[in-house]
Design a protein around this ligand. Structure first.
Ligand code: HEC
Length: 148
C-alpha cells in the first residue's frame, strides 16, 4: 500500500519533471549550439514550439498595429501527434484541441487589428486551459503571449 502510493508519487513527479525539462529544452533550442539529435522533441512538443513561436510573432505584429496572417500547417495534426509521455494526453485532450481549433479559426478570420487582438487573447486562454490539464510547466511562458 505504502509502496504503491510512493510509486504513484514518483510517477507523477517524473511526469511533471519531464514536461518542465522539455521547456528548458526549448530555451536551449534557441541557442545556435542546439542539435536536434541531442534533444529531439516529440511530434507534439514540436507543434507546440511552432505554436509558441507563431504566437510571439503574432503578438509582435499586433503590437505594431498590423494584422498577422501566418498559419501553422500541422495544427490539425495535434490530436494525432505523439506526446513525450503517454500521460500527456488523456480523454480531455481532444475536446481541448477542438476548442483550440475554434479559437485559432477566429484568429485567422479576424479582419481588423482589434478583432485579432481579442481572438489572439482568447487563443492564449485555450492554450492555458489545456495546459492546466496536461502540462503545467510552460504555462507562465504561454501567459507572456497575452496582449494587454
Ligand atoms: C489540447 C491541449 C493543448 C493545447 C490547446 C496547447 N497545448 Fe501546449 N502542450 C500540450 C501538451 C500535452 C504538451 C507536452 C507535449 C510533449 O512534451 O510531448 C505541450 C507542450 C507545450 C510546450 C513545451 C514544448 C516543448 O518544448 O517541449 C509549449 C511551449 C506549449 N505547449 C505552448 C503552447 C501554446 C503557446 C499553445 C497555444 C497557442 C498551446 N501550447 C496549446 C497540450 C496543449
Amino acid at each position: 500500500m505504502v509502496n504503491k502510493t510512493l510509486f504513484l508519487a514518483v510517477l507523477i513527479f517524473v511526469g511533471l519533471y519531464s514536461c518542465q525539462t522539455n521547456e528548458e529544452g526549448t530555451s536551449t533550442a534557441k541557442k545556435s549550439t542546439w542539435t536536434p539529435k541531442m534533444d529531439e522533441p516529440s511530434e507534439l512538443a514540436q507543434i507546440m514550439r511552432d505554436l509558441n513561436e507563431e504566437g510571439l510573432q503574432r503578438k509582435a505584429s499586433l503590437e505594431k498595429g498590423e494584422l498577422f496572417s501566418g498559419s501553422i500547417e500541422n495544427l490539425l495534426k495535434m490530436v494525432a501527434a505523439t506526446p513525450t509521455e503517454p500521460h500527456m494526453k488523456g480523454p480531455a485532450f481532444e475536446p481541448h484541441a477542438m476548442a483550440f481549433n475554434a479559437s485559432y479559426g477566429a484568429v485567422q478570420s479576424a479582419s481588423t487589428v482589434a478583432e485579432q487582438i481579442e481572438a489572439h487573447n482568447n487563443l492564449v486562454k485555450s492554450c492555458v486551459a489545456c495546459h492546466n490539464n496536461f502540462c503545467q510547466g510552460p504555462i507562465s511562458r504561454i501567459e507572456l503571449l497575452q496582449i494587454n
